[in-house]
Design a protein around this ligand. Structure first.
Ligand code: HEM
Ligand code: 2DC
Length: 450
């Protein structure tokens, strides 16, 4: 028998008491652990009171929409909904996540990977100790921004050099601040915070202003160049120029989505790579196994990079394993369009259903020995097949997924071919919620030439 909606377990009746409790438990920073706790108390399905809504879409991140409304800036595909979202997304899909485009992206991303490695070799030389011990996060932010920019604009920003454009550094800092200031505003209406002139709202506005200003400059630059040498067909010009030439979206729509792609492409991939290096440092034998896979793939593919990317299942498994234990997004959400039955409960249409990625990734009923970092569990066999949900699912899944995957795979290939990754002391790093999950302390790693 299907049980009715109001029998779904959970403390959903008293919204204010929940908010108070959330405050007391410092839920702003612990959202991921709270979902795990709820999972353990209520089981695989529970009901919460957060927001009401009746459209087939993701949870609205109000600080983000409030900023756009405040500054009169257009929503891109990240924030649009309904038909407007669909028509934009269909066009963006062809230019950003079609397999066909991967051919264009891979050479650009590979070049950035090579430059990253050259930069690390240089740093190692400078220490005079044949190794480099550091917190790589800033280097990874630059790698990620350089990568996503080279794909979007078809040209390099030069972030792998010694002296970088201070504006690019400011852009990176603004993204981190933007994420950090979003989480406290998820539960307090931004309109209220704006009215009382609170610091978190002012910082949030400043962060987005910095993001939009820099992206506007990059976009303007390409736009001008396109007009100067129009009609000269040459190599792949990048996502932005392709969209402009295609002429199917308005310039304002293109600008909005390209800005979101540029901002969405920094902390996400860099932090996932940092966690992966951390896990490889903790598992030296596994690291050697991956290195062997990469060496074999390099030899067999004979210089064909796309071919090489098909021969590294364990490296891909490592990235999935990282996103299982350290997902960028704690959960996935959809407003369901029709009544459905989940876990034998009847859920009415319009309900916001969340899938607890962090909680699922660490639950022994879902993953055998979840505490173990084991890339091989993702290898496809006859008896089992998991699907990785780190990028979401269906037509609204991560638009940057192909870029992110190629960028991260190429990065690991180059690192494994060049360096042994070790970690210093015995420090257990946990995650903290700053809208996306980030390490709660610096991760210090040592890189040594292989
Ligand atoms: C959406 C994860 C990298 C741009 C999303 C969503 C997730 C996600 C879970 C929501 C999907 C859903 O609701 O089903 C990740 C992870 C990344 C990553 C784990 C890297 C490890 C990137 C990159 C970009 C990007 C590199 C840009 C190049 C976007 C955009 C959306 C999105 C624009 C909104 C799509 C829409 O609403 O139609 N991402 N992402 N992401 N991501 Fe990513
Ligand atoms: C955060 O309860 C937890 O990919 C909230 O690249 C629900 C929620 C809603 C939307 C999610 C967000 C969570 C995590 C970060 C995500 C975001 C949608 C897109 C965004 C998953 C799970 C992200 C990081 C984008 C960001 C692009 C942007 C800043 C330009």
């Amino acid at each position: 028998v299907v049980r009715p909606f109001n029998e779904v377990p959970g403390l959903w009746k008293n919204g204010w008491a929940n908010l108070y409790n959330f405050w007391k438990l410092d839920g702003f920073r612990n959202l991921h652990r709270l979902t795990l706790q709820n999972f353990n108390t209520f089981g695989p399905i529970y009901r919460e009171k957060i927001a009401e809504g009746h459209y087939p879409k993701r949870l609205k991140v109000e600080p983000w929409t409030s900023y756009r409304d405040y500054r009169n800036r257009k929503y891109g595909v990240l924030l649009k909904n309904g038909e407007d979202w669909r028509s934009n997304r269909v066009i963006l899909n062809k230019e950003v996540i079609s397999l066909k485009m991967l051919e264009n992206f891979v050479p650009l991303l590979d070049e950035v990977g090579q430059d990253f490695v050259a930069r690390v070799h240089k740093k190692i030389k400078r220490t005079g100790q044949n190794k480099w011990t550091t917190d790589l996060s800033q280097e990874l932010f630059k790698y990620a921004l350089e990568s996503v920019s080279s794909v979007l604009y078809g040209e390099r920003l030069g972030l792998m050099l010694d002296y970088i454009d201070p504006e690019a550094q400011h852009f990176i800092d603004c993204i981190t601040l933007m994420f950090k200031t979003t989480s406290p505003m998820l539960y307090i209406p931004p309109a209220l915070l704006k009215q009382i002139g609170s610091k978190v709202w002012r910082d949030h506005v400043e962060a987005w202003d910095g993001i939009f200003n820099h992206a506007d400059r990059c976009i303007q630059n390409i736009y001008k160049k396109l007009h100067q040498d129009a009609g000269t067909p040459k190599k792949y010009p990048g996502v932005l120029a392709s969209l402009l030439m295609l002429d199917k979206l308005s310039i304002e729509d293109i600008k909005a989505s390209v800005t979101e792609l540029m901002a969405g492409g920094v902390d996400t991939t860099s932090i996932t790579l940092l966690w992966t290096l951390y896990e490889l440092a903790r598992h030296p034998n596994l690291q050697e196994e991956l290195r062997a896979e990469v060496a074999a793939a390099r030899a067999e593919s004979q210089g064909d990079l796309l071919e090489m990317l098909k021969r590294i299942p364990l490296v891909k498994g490592a990235l999935k394993e990282t996103l299982r234990l350290h997902p960028v997004a704690v959960n996935l959400q959809r407003y369901i369009a029709e009544d459905i039955i989940i876990q034998n409960y009847h859920i009415p249409a319009g309900t916001l259903v969340q899938l607890g990625l962090y909680a699922m990734g660490r639950h022994p009923k879902v993953f055998f020995r979840p505490e173990q970092y084991k890339p091989s569990r993702w290898l496809r066999t006859e008896t089992h097949y998991f699907r990785s949900l780190g990028f979401g699912f269906g037509p609204r899944q991560c638009l940057g997924r192909r870029i992110a995957e190629a960028e991260m795979q190429l990065f690991l290939i180059h690192i494994l071919e060049n360096f042994r990754v070790e970690k210093q002391q015995h420090v257990e790093v946990k995650s903290t919620f700053e809208l996306i999950l980030v390490p709660d302390k610096p991760i210090i790693l040592t890189l040594k030439p292989v």
